[in-house]
Design a protein around this ligand. Structure first.
Ligand code: KG4
Ligand code: ZN
Length: 356
């Protein structure tokens, strides 16, 4: 079964063709990162306009790359929740129109569910597919959750962030350190002392033990990341010798390059330690689990990958937003008995939970 997956929930316009939920026949991702690096973050209006221009060419390329025409496609899947309203609208309206035009069943997929299913897209790692019951750590720019999955398409949220998402925390700390958006990759590069042109010979790789940040005291399996962002801010202010009223956006120019590298490494280590700690607590609590999967943009992080050697991670290129994971999620929904949605009625839900 060949499914065309369409993803436009944030700032990537993406489409892919996936066979039987696991084999990628094509995967096209057009990122708007270059646009938003200039602004230091996503501007929803601009994102929606860019999707409008890119969506059809991206879908056409996904079909061409997979050597498919419409007759070969068995179903269309699209992200309809959660995400930016305008961005979600472009993808879902396109998918609805195409489903009606080409008479294809249409499936609406939750964005976090699709991130989890990136772990079913085979990457030749030889690990095989994840086994149930499992725990999924979903870490993105908007979410930080631990999910218990007894079987395909069944999700129970057992831990969630009470404030910022971990990806958001990377993005905010990057701003404090004067590093470009998105913060995750730029903090990782800075921590390893990689500049725009590779390893910076004048700098040592970041000392992750140089600055100590407290772990939040949150009971159970919930997270909190807003305190960590503030702790980094206070530590930077202290390091450069200015009062806590000093504006955060002016701090970066007072830091030496080596201080930036050390702050990046120390912050990254703390964020990773917090995630690993909670995931370990969850696996002590849910003793029947057979696999742990990690998903979402932050799952690209190399330090986190190194800290969880037994866990499943998507291929790095599939950690961020893409259409292949949407098609994979839809395939396993269909296997679980989910019926297609009405293309004349499909709605978008910018804020809905994965449990609904
Ligand atoms: O899943 P995603 O692409 O979009 C959302 O659904 O939000 O996640 C984006 C988030 C951003 O906050 C970005 O800074 C973070 O993922 N990210 C990383 C890395 N690559 C992307 N965080 C840490 N380390 C990385 N290597
Ligand atoms: Zn995402």
């Amino acid at each position: 079964m060949k499914i065309l997956g369409i993803e436009t929930s944030c700032d990537e316009t993406a489409a892919a063709v996936v066979e039987d939920g696991v084999s990628i026949l094509s995967n096209v991702v057009v990122s708007q990162i270059d646009i938003f690096a200039e602004y230091g973050g996503v501007i929803p209006e601009v994102a929606a306009r860019s999707h409008l221009e890119a969506t059809m060419p991206v879908i056409d390329k996904a079909l061409r790359d997979a050597s498919c025409d419409w007759d070969d496609i068995d179903a269309i899947a699209v992200t309809h929740a959660p995400g930016l309203l305008g961005s979600l609208l472009i993808g879902t309206l396109t998918a609805r129109t195409l489903a009606i035009l080409h008479n294809k069943p249409l499936y609406a997929v939750h964005h976090l569910k699709s991130h989890v299913y990136a772990n079913w897209l085979t990457d030749g790692s030889g690990l095989g597919l994840p086994k149930f019951p499992l725990l999924a750590l979903v870490i993105s720019g908007g979410h930080t959750q631990i999910l218990y999955m007894p079987a395909h398409n069944q999700f129970e949220i057992i831990g969630t962030t009470r404030d910022d998402a971990v990806g958001e925390c990377f993005d905010k700390v990057a701003k404090i350190l004067g590093l470009p958006y998105p913060g995750g990759p730029s903090i990782s590069k800075a921590a390893a002392a990689y500049g725009a042109t590779g390893q910076n010979k004048k700098l040592s790789p970041g000392d992750a033990g140089k600055y100590q940040f407290p772990h939040p005291k949150v009971e159970g399996l919930d997270f909190s990341f807003s305190g960590l962002k503030t702790a980094v801010l206070r530590a930077v202010q202290k390091e450069v010798g200015v009062p806590i009223s000093y504006p955060s956006h002016e701090l970066a120019r007072l830091l030496t390059p080596q201080q930036v590298v050390d702050f990046a490494a120390s912050f990254q280590k703390t964020a990773v330690d917090i995630l690993v700690e909670k995931l370990e607590a969850a696996s002590r609590q849910y003793r029947d689990i057979k696999s742990i999967v990690v998903a979402g943009g932050v799952s690209a992080n190399e330090v986190l990958r190194g800290a969880l050697p037994g866990a499943y991670f998507p291929a790095p290129a599939l950690s961020g937003d893409n259409g292949a994971m949407v098609a994979a999620a839809a395939y396993f929904e269909i296997q679980s008995g989910v019926r297609p949605t009405d293309p004349y009625k499909l709605n978008i839900y910018p804020r809905v939970s994965i449990e609904n």
